[in-house]
Design a protein around this ligand. Structure first.
Ligand code: FRU
Length: 494
């Protein structure tokens, strides 16, 4: 039975979403039907469709009273909205239905999420509690279980926080269910707790997979844990979204980050040994990635395309929130680096390419037909001693967003200073992009409000929002010393 709160949210979103003009939305990114969206949740396959839920406040463009919104897709690109799945309508989740994940089990779609409640303690202080709860459904309607909560903080090692215990990521392995959950140890520092269960209802504590020890930010949110690369090597990626990080170039920037902790895993002992840390995305607007495994074996990742610390959305919109393009994740065994590339299904939406082959770029140049705000732009450059090479997108006489490659430092810098922002927010970020066999390759996905850059076949990625008026649709190229470039632009059609 759906609660009054859920029915109200469903009626409201239906009315409001219909009023948003299609051309106001991104073309090939999932956006919230109305109100506010944050983390992706419950990214999973159920009865042949790929489902995605998300943190959702239908009633305003700001974070509040978390629900779970819901959408599904057959190809990761074209999404169909479904009615909101969960509302904060139980005592144990009255202060919010926070992030979580989903799995198909015994023909049912099972959601594991964080319920948040608030109460007043004996001394009059506000006490927050976060617990893990189950809801089971058929792909549209979900029932919260009477056994809820199924995991509470009393299972954690002594001294762990009762308040910061959230974002369970669920998977099944060798007939046993596992979940990793973000938590805080007795010293206040983040830790990833792992639990196991045979029936999804009764859980026991397994281990702490990895600990922050106050070295990488503080609280670690939104964990995910999955195998990557050659199965015989037992490599796993533990994904975390740490809060309160202090910058250390290149892997960490200030504030909330998203990181891959890559290491080896001894399955029998549940022992994870971290070898490397890699930024999941070097851009300005990216958080809380979550993955799922597609039936064909691909590991697919999606993330919230926003930063908690900046709100640069166009004024007057009734919706605020988008997801990144889903990405295929793989491991480069030689150096243990995780590669990410847009899902191959995006290519089905490619129009006829416009190319400028083997062009010499020095003075600012543009090429006929290479323009637009909804495109897949692929550029390969080659040269020596050219200083810098710049691609400006969303450009006209007034506006431009620059992607600048510095040959000497082998660093790629994104700069949205002149993209039309009216707030004094962070506008630049950079990432290392070493030349590979004397070349660099960039793939830039442009949608109405976003720029996602995949460098050197996905070895580093950078995602950022821009709010430039859509009329600014120029793409320009220039270089201090001159480079040889191969440019190919696919318009994206829907
Ligand atoms: C991360 C996060 C999660 C939490 C959710 C609440 O962005 O803070 O830890 O579950 O957002 O909306």
């Amino acid at each position: 039975m759906n609660s009054e709160k859920l029915k109200k949210a469903r009626a409201y979103e239906q009315k409001m979403a219909a009023a948003v003009p299609e051309e106001q939305r991104p073309a090939f990114h999932l956006s919230v039907p109305t109100g506010w969206m944050n983390d992706p949740n419950g990214f999973s396959f159920y009865r042949g469709d790929c489902h995605l839920f998300y943190q959702y406040n239908p009633y305003s463009v700001c974070w509040d009273a978390m629900h779970w919104g819901h959408a599904k897709t057959k190809d990761f690109i074209r999404w169909e909205y479904l009615p909101a799945a969960l509302a904060p309508d139980e005592e144990y989740d009255a202060a919010g239905v926070f992030s979580g994940s989903a799995i198909e089990a015994d023909g049912k779609h099972v959601l594991l999420y964080t319920g948040v409640s608030e109460r007043e303690s004996a001394d009059g202080k506000k006490e927050i509690r976060q617990v893990q709860c189950l809801a089971v459904g058929d792909g549209t309607d979900y029932e919260k279980l009477p056994e809820n909560p199924v995991i509470d903080a009393s299972l954690l090692p002594e001294g762990s926080s009762l308040e910061d215990f959230r974002d369970p990521k669920l998977w099944e392995e060798d007939g046993i269910y596992y979940a990793v959950v973000g938590s805080r140890a007795a010293d206040g520092s983040g830790q990833i707790a792992m639990f196991s269960s045979r029936d999804l209802r009764q859980w026991k504590f397994c281990t702490v997979l990895d600990r922050c020890e106050n070295r990488i930010g503080r609280m670690w949110e939104c964990p995910d844990f999955f195998p990557v690369g050659d199965p015989d090597r037992n490599t796993r990626a533990l994904v975390i979204s740490p809060q309160d990080v202090t910058a250390k170039w290149p892997e960490f920037h200030n504030g909330n980050n998203a990181l891959f902790l890559i290491g080896s895993y001894e399955k029998e002992k549940h022992l994870f040994c971290r070898n490397r840390v890699q930024s999941a995305d070097y851009g300005l607007d990216y958080y809380a990635p979550q993955t799922t495994q597609a039936p064909d074996g691909r590991r697919i990742l999606i993330a919230w395309m926003k930063s908690w610390d900046t709100n640069i959305f166009p004024e007057g919109f009734s919706w605020n929130g988008m997801m990144t393009v889903p990405r295929e994740v793989s491991l480069r065994e030689e150096d243990g680096r995780i590669l990410q590339n847009p899902v191959r299904e995006l290519e089905r939406y490619h129009g006829t390419p416009v190319c400028a082959e083997q062009v010499h770029i020095h003075e600012p140049a543009s090429f006929e037909g290479i323009c637009g705000r909804i495109a897949d732009l692929q550029v390969e450059i080659e040269g020596r001693g050219f200083g810098t090479f710049t691609i400006s997108v969303a450009a006209d006489e007034r506006w431009h967003t620059d992607i600048v490659y510095d040959e000497k430092t082998e660093v790629l810098r994104f700069d949205r200073t002149c993209s039309g922002l009216r707030r004094d927010v962070v506008c630049t970020r950079s990432m290392p992009v070493p030349k590979r066999e004397g070349k660099i390759r960039l793939r830039i996905l442009l949608d109405r409000y976003s720029v996602e850059i995949f460098a050197n076949d996905g070895e580093s990625v950078m995602t950022s929002l821009i709010t430039t008026p859509q009329e600014a649709d120029g793409i320009r190229f220039s270089s201090d010393g001159g480079v040889q470039a191969d440019i190919r632009m696919y318009p994206i059609f829907f």
